[in-house]
Ligand binder design. Structure first.
Ligand SMILES: [Ca+2]
Ligand SMILES: [Ca+2]
Length: 233
């Protein structure tokens, strides 16, 4: 029996319909809040669509083998099969642990086809999340006056944080690494082009304000000291 006779048996329409099903898509994935404190809770929320049917469910996963790709080793975090409040999953951060994690969401449509998995980085911090943008004032103890200071904290893990800062008027930038000790005290070291230094100070309990003192050494031997205070933007 040739292929052309299949239609007469009624198989072709079924086959065509299955082949023509367009897969669903996950169009957005966010976590709120992100970063999240280790003891906190957060929600994963996805937006998904299907052009020729409907989204039946959205599945959420953790990149358990930490390779950044969705694969068989990854662990299911849960499934939302009820679209009424959007596609979401409430999680406790302690189930992920400290550090930076990748989570995935994929949608399944009403004909069982799955979308590609969409990835999202979720940061679980040891305290209130510090990752973000800060701005404030840096003031020198000599007659150089003050400058606008911008800080970007890019990563936070157990007892440490990393980032960059920029002194706007001076046009100086540097990267820094800091450690967080008891009572929200921090110490950080920084290095830029022709200078390096140390700073220490305090993080406010809500993580929104960093204040402290610094000592910068230049390549020509000169030293500067002063104070700074920045607030989360
Ligand atoms: Ca479909
Ligand atoms: Ca993986």
């Amino acid at each position: 029996m040739g292929m052309e006779s299949r239609g007469a048996c009624g198989l072709e329409p079924l086959e065509s319909r299955l082949l023509l099903n367009a897969g669903p898509r996950v169009t957005a994935l966010v976590a709120t809040p992100n970063p999240v404190a280790r003891t906190g809770a957060f929600t994963l929320a996805a937006a998904a669509s299907d052009v020729d049917g409907s989204v039946a469910r959205v599945e959420f996963f953790h990149d358990a083998n930490a390779n950044g790709r969705f694969d068989k080793a990854d662990r299911s975090l849960g499934v939302d099969a009820n679209p009424r409040k959007g596609w979401r999953l409430a999680m406790s951060a302690s189930s992920l642990g400290l550090g930076t994690h990748t989570c995935f969401a994929r949608a399944i449509d009403n004909q069982g086809a799955s979308s590609r998995a969409v990835a999202l980085r979720v940061i679980v911090g040891s305290k209130t999340g510090l990752v973000g943008s800060y701005a404030g004032t840096i003031e020198f103890n000599d007659d150089q006056g003050e400058d606008l200071l911008r800080i970007q904290i890019t990563q936070q893990g157990k007892g440490f944080f990393l980032g960059t800062f920029h002194q706007v008027a001076l046009g100086e930038s540097a990267s820094f690494q800091g450690t967080i000790g008891k009572r929200n005290r921090f110490t950080l070291t920084y290095a830029g082009s022709g200078f390096s230094g140390k700073a220490q100070g305090t993080i406010s309990p809500d993580g929104r304000t960093l204040t402290g003192t610094f000592r910068t050494k230049q390549a020509d031997g000169r030293e500067f000291t002063g104070t700074f205070s920045v607030n989360r933007l």
